[in-house]
Design a protein around this ligand. Structure first.
Ligand SMILES: CC(C)[C@H](C(=O)O)[C@@H](O)C(=O)O
Ligand code: SF4
Length: 466
């Protein structure tokens, strides 16, 4: 009767600490320039050694400039974080993927792409979107700074086993409906706390049909459901993705791994603490209108009125969100003009995302008065996109083609959407001030964001003539 959560969790339990707590072995640690740098500083101050440097990996992503020709010191305040991460990694014998090298990128993009993330592994990072790696069937989750120091020093971590939740996307979504729409729709339906206290297994026909990149987009936003962990059972699609990657096992090791990985699934009679079924065929392109990822609506819907909120608390939240976003209830969300477009972030900056956006941008022009950025998720994505000529497609349409990093997703590197400007964004959080003080964010998928760029407004990409 075990669930996939049991099969991922139980083999990693080093000790049962009672009351639902376990001491877990951690198989992989990823570090970025904000949390990773700080953890290694603390290790040094306390005279602690890294227990297993060969299981840890580091790359700068948050506080580095993404301007063409950037260097580690291009963004002044980030220079210390970039060099601190580099020096900390060197001191501890941890591989560091520097700017301009394959392996550099948003930490959740580079882990899977380098074969660091493997099915069945426990993987942690001092970053809430670590759940992205669950797209490969890993038990991956974000941890706090003291936990990160603990893992680096001991390779184990004290954790409470979450409850098991399954979301089944049944049926197949229609043309023009992307993984981002699946997850935005789900969060809109069950709320930003819909997965709180749970680990979410994403399943069903629509999930099985997704590429690994699509599964990562879905798992990326598990945290926006309040779940620290989200994952998909690995299958042949997963195994084909992993094989041949730089840090993935090969030869006889791969055969042994595959034999194990094939067992990573929930039993047919597994019992979940919570189960949600979604009709994927009924989902249309979805966008956010407010300041929480649960504030999402179908592209053909009207901006909601606070009076329609389910309770008093949310009525107040909706009112404040509409005010911040400068939107009028009752008006269609489609047709809302945008000033900025951001295609990037660990949600949607991989090859499939850029291909999807480029297909819309090809032969079109960014609307007048709109600034549109494409920020590839990693150096490898950037090189591949350039090899396919996607950078040229974007550039000739008037998009800016930039260097890999988090950039406008969180505005931690000096890049920001100006105050009051409205941005169509492929990222995962539309919080107040997230893309810059006073900036207004609308979450959507890459094709929808590209469509907003070329029309100057939020629009149903399916209405753009081919
Ligand atoms: C800065 C980092 C710790 C943070 C996170 O934990 O997610 C960031 O990546 C984000 O997306 O808000
Ligand atoms: S791209 Fe955005 S969500 Fe992802 S790690 Fe960077 S800041 Fe966090």
């Amino acid at each position: 009767m075990p669930t996939l959560l049991d099969r991922l969790w139980d083999p990693h339990v080093v000790a049962d600490l009672g009351d639902g707590w376990s001491l877990l072995h951690i198989d992989r640690v990823l570090m970025h320039d904000l949390s990773g740098w700080r953890a290694m500083e603390e290790m040094r101050e306390r005279g602690l050694a890294v227990a297993a440097p060969d299981l840890a990996f580091a790359t700068p992503d948050h506080a580095v400039s993404t301007a063409p020709g950037r260097r580690g010191d291009s963004y002044g305040p980030g220079e210390r974080l970039w060099s601190g991460l580099r020096d900390g990694a060197a001191r501890n014998g941890i591989p560091f993927f520097d700017l301009g090298q394959v392996g550099q990128g948003i930490v959740h993009v580079m882990g899977p792409e380098m074969g660091i993330t493997l099915p069945g592994t426990t993987l942690v990072c001092g970053d809430s979107h670590t759940c992205t790696n669950g797209g490969l069937g890993a038990l991956a989750f974000g941890i706090g700074s003291s936990e990160l120091v603990h893992v680096l020093a001991t390779q184990v971590l004290r954790q409470r086993k979450p409850r098991a939740m399954r979301v089944r996307f049944e049926g197949r979504p229609g043309p023009g409906v992307t993984p981002k729409d699946l997850i935005l729709h789900l969060i809109g339906r069950i709320g930003a706390d819909g997965g709180a206290g749970h680990a979410v297994e994403f399943a069903g026909e629509a999930i099985r049909a997704l590429s690994i990149e699509g599964r990562m987009t879905v798992c990326n936003m598990a945290i926006e459901l309040g779940a620290k962990m989200g994952f998909v059972a690995p299958d042949e699609t997963t195994f084909a993705y992993v094989a041949g990657r730089p840090f993935a096992p090969g030869g006889a090791m791969l055969d042994r791994a595959l034999a194990q990985w094939r067992g990573l699934a929930s039993d047919a009679d597994a019992v979940f603490d919570r189960e949600v079924v979604v009709d994927a065929a009924g989902i249309v392109p979805t966008v956010s209108w407010g300041t929480s990822p649960e504030h999402t609506i179908a592209i053909d819907a009207a901006i909601p009125a606070p009076g329609a909120a389910p309770d008093a608390e949310r009525r107040a939240a909706w009112r404040a969100a509409l005010d911040y976003m400068g939107l009028t209830p009752g008006r269609p969300i489609a047709g809302t003009p945008v000033d900025w477009v951001f295609i990037g972030s660990c949600t949607n900056s991989r090859m499939s995302d850029l291909r999807e956006a480029a297909a819309v941008a090809r032969g079109r022009k960014v609307a007048e008065g709109v600034r549109a950025w494409v920020v590839p998720g990693s150096e490898a994505v950037k090189r591949q996109a350039e090899a396919e000529g996607l950078d040229a497609v974007f550039r000739s349409a008037g998009f800016e083609w930039r260097e890999p990093g988090c950039s406008l997703c969180v505005a931690a590197n000096g890049e920001r959407v100006p105050e009051s400007a409205r941005c169509a964004s492929t990222s995962n959080r539309n919080f107040v001030g997230r893309q810059g003080p006073g900036a207004r964010t609308h979450l959507m998928g890459p094709a929808m964001a590209a469509a907003a760029a070329v029309t100057g407004a939020i629009i149903d990409v399916r209405r753009l003539a081919a």
